[in-house]
Design a protein around this ligand. Structure first.
Ligand SMILES: [Zn+2]
Length: 241
């Protein structure tokens, strides 16, 4: 297993370590400081992909039934169409990624689902004593223009008939998890430009197993469809209510 750490660590080093009044930069509660980033192994991916395997056609049917009547052509003039949707933002249950090809709006049912999955993940990981982790939402509502830009960028999963165009669908990363830590943990850690030692990370395969288990239960309750995507390292979820 190989772990990569975000450039936040380096930034933290550059900004905080040279100062003498270090304490004033460090909150005494949990703070969001890092992302656990790993390279998922093919055997694990095959195992989960065999379970979460709802095809695009079936997800699209639900998206059209429960989501926007028609896709938004562009972001300009999207205000009226998004007025009936829920704006999602990072909270204590999940983190919304910096979205390049989508905008953070979902139907109320989809927004409730991502929240429930996020809370269940946080609580299960905590109960397993693996630490404080949050899921990362990597894609939400796409306009037709977003899909075209994404396809032009080389993403083959961005099909023209995307469920992401109906506000019923979101992606959750399983190659990155948000990690929260205490100030003490960071102050006691040892840094060099490429490595952090003294900080313990959870096994990301266990985190992925927990996430898949939660999504599988929601799917069994007929609350959503889901596919475990191997190219994009995310779980693509469409609400079905
Ligand atoms: Zn997706």
């Amino acid at each position: 297993m190989r772990l990569r750490y975000s450039s936040l660590v380096v930034l933290w080093l550059l900004l905080v370590l040279p100062t003498t009044a270090m304490a004033q930069f460090v909150p005494d509660s949990l703070c969001t400081v890092d992302t656990l980033h790993w390279e998922p192994n093919p055997a694990m991916q095959a195992r989960h992909a065999a379970v979460l395997n709802d095809r695009n056609a079936i997800q699209l049917e639900a998206a059209k039934r429960f989501g926007l009547r028609s896709p938004l052509p562009t972001r300009e003039g999207a205000e009226a169409a998004t007025a009936g949707l829920t704006f999602i933002e990072s909270n204590d249950a999940y983190t919304v990624d910096s979205l390049e090809y989508s905008i953070p709006f979902l139907t109320s049912a989809a927004a409730a689902l991502v929240n429930d999955i996020g809370e269940a993940f946080r609580d299960s990981v905590r109960a397993a004593e693996l630490g404080e982790y949050r899921i990362i939402v990597t894609s939400v509502l796409r306009t037709v223009e977003d899909v075209e830009r994404l396809r032009a960028s080389g993403n083959r999963n961005a099909v023209p008939n995307s469920t992401h165009c109906f506000a019923t669908t979101f992606d959750l990363s399983y190659e990155r998890f948000y990690r929260l830590a205490t100030a003490d943990e960071w102050l006691n850690a040892t840094f060099d430009p490429h490595e952090v030692t003294g900080i313990l990370y959870a096994d990301p395969e266990r985190l992925t197993n927990i996430l898949v288990g939660i999504v599988t239960r929601q799917r069994a309750q007929r609350r959503c469809y889901a596919i475990f995507e191997r190219g994009e390292n995310c779980i693509h979820i469409t609400v079905r209510r």
